[in-house]
Design a protein around this ligand. Structure first.
Ligand SMILES: [Zn+2]
Length: 247
């Protein structure tokens, strides 16, 4: 039986700047393909202990990101470039990068070597959460998102490994930023998103960019339920150029 959910088309080579061997990019999707990914990735989180959140989480204010340089390979400039790419391609994030040492950044990105990854998690989240998280997801990099009961994100912290080559760095950087903005979950069956942990992607795909643009559309707000989001998404995707059509 044909599966209509796997009808993405207009395959393109990966963009300039992608690592050698990066997967190709699909650029056209049906609204159903986008909605399926949005619902899977915007609700729930691997790190969350207990019940899955049943509502949208995202920032409801302009986002300031701050990079904490570190590790044996200097990736600060590359990380800044990736944040600037998100800012340019998803204007509704109202995203800027600061180098100021103020503690008020909304997203903090800590660049570290792999050997310091688990110690850094323990120092930030404590032994119990680190142990459970590592056992559950065997992470290479990770992001913690703190939000209000109403769904507004207060602060995100991402750990990005810099000393294991370009592929790991790029995959982690693009992947963890999606988490930091509110796409908290993974979907190992979705063949298009960077948030499938079986894939190494390392660039901002049309698919993920579209989901993130939808998350920050004014018609989607923190605290919305699955039912409310289902009702709002078709118009959002249609306005982004993804309409239902006969193939
Ligand atoms: Zn992840």
């Amino acid at each position: 039986m044909a599966n209509a959910a796997f009808a993405a088309s207009d395959k393109q080579p990966p963009p300039a700047g992608a690592f050698h061997g990066a997967p190709p990019e699909f650029t056209r999707f049906s609204p159903a393909e986008l909605q399926q990914g949005f619902l899977a990735l915007a609700f729930g989180s691997d790190l969350r202990i207990g019940a899955k959140p049943r509502s949208i989480r995202r920032f409801d204010r302009p986002i300031v990101a701050r990079i904490l340089p570190g590790g044996s390979t200097d990736r600060s400039a590359a990380m800044t470039g990736i944040i600037e790419e998100y800012a340019a391609k998803v204007p509704n994030l109202h995203l800027t990068v600061t180098t100021a040492a103020t503690p008020e950044a909304d997203i903090e990105i800590r660049l570290i070597d792999e050997k310091n990854f688990k110690p850094a998690l323990r120092a930030t989240f404590g032994d119990a959460v680190t142990k459970e998280f590592v056992a559950r997801t065997d992470p290479q990099c990770m992001t913690s998102v703190k939000s209000t009961a109403e769904g507004a994100i207060l602060r995100s912290i991402s750990f990005i490994i810099v000393d294991k080559g370009d592929r790991i760095f790029l995959d982690c950087a693009y992947h963890e930023l999606l988490h930091a903005f509110g796409l908290s979950n993974h979907d190992q069956r979705n063949p298009w998103t960077t948030l499938n942990q079986r894939r190494l992607v390392g660039y901002l795909t049309v698919y993920d960019r579209t989901l993130l643009t939808a998350l920050y559309d004014p018609r989607i707000s923190p605290g919305m339920t699955v039912g409310q989001v289902r009702g709002a998404l078709p118009a959002v995707f249609s306005d982004l150029g993804f309409k239902s059509e006969k193939r």
